[in-house]
Design a protein around this ligand. Sequence first.
Ligand SMILES: *Cc1c(COP(=O)(O)O)cnc(C)c1O
Length: 377
Amino acid sequence: MNAECSLGTDAREGVLTIDLRAIGDNYLHLRDSLAPGSRCGAVVKADAYGLGMVEVAPELYRQGCRDFFVATQTEGEVLGKCLGDDVNIVVLTGVRPGCEAACARARLIPVLFTVQQLRDWVAVSERIGVAAPCALKFDSGMTRLGMTEEEFEQLLEERELLQTADIRLVLSHLACADDPDHPQNALQLRRFKMAAERLRTLCPDVRLSLANSSGIFLGDAYHFDIARPGCALYGVNPLPGSPNPMRPVVTLQLPVLQKRHLSSTCQVGYGATQQAVAGSCLAVARGGYADGILRAQSGRGCGWACGRRLPMIGRVSMDSTIFDISALSENERDSLQYIEVLNKRLTVDEVAGYAGTIGYEILTSLGSRYHRRYLRS
Ligand SMILES: *Cc1c(COP(=O)(O)O)cnc(C)c1O
């Protein structure tokens, strides 16, 4: 059956199809890649990288995932309501000052970055009488969030605090995991291991977590107790420059608003940056930079129809994008209703390349005006 015919009136603003089965398969593939004894968590921050956290997380849960990572407390509260009680929800940017009680009552596990934050967290949990598990972040070399080696030393001196606090997890984040040859990987691994092993002599039950999606492919030494893949679940290639081991997840179809056959050579779009010669055929599709068709790919990007790439022409507008469809046959042009701008062949990574960015940004930019379709098993 022709997918285009089955879209119906919901499809007028464009159709974003999200294959939950592919996300489930990607989860299982990542889990199977882990060293024995390592668990596979899932990062569902930023609305599951733009694909819909409340749809995606239950699918991951169904596949056995019980360790979820979100960016904010608000995301954690929403997630807690759509999953069972047997999950761990870790908030990667920690707890907002003044919101500790709400965070603990929602059974969220905040990532804490300083010794003082840990003291405050323990004090609040004692005051409100609620068990308050937490995670600690160790900065092994990214210089973003977390305790430095010196701060970690101070923490190890605080025996009483370490005994009272319910520290479930120590994590660190790799800066260069997508470049297996980068020396930063081994350096961060060594620092993380040293810090973690010392903490474990005092808190033997604490779990360790280092690997994001790409980190999983650096080998068993990077897996520790829990892996934290995000982008690979959603089809982004965790191995840039090598074949993608993940299944593609998204298809984005933009409806064609107008087709035109040019009888003379014309300047196309804002700024008159590109020319279409006499005899060209153009199609204007509904979907522009307000919908996540990044303007940076103007003059470079492409769409897909009838098994072929079709170049974008002129600048991407806010609500529409122009494609040169001259390469299609007359019949194909006549029946053309949709142009795809993401699919199994035209991948998020390829599109990111045209826009000078990464697949993560393509996914998290996908707009809210599309009709969203979820494919389930
Ligand atoms: C976003 C994030 C991840 C997931 O990274 P991917 O590269 O998408 O797999 C893991 N850990 C932390 C701390 C993050 O912020």
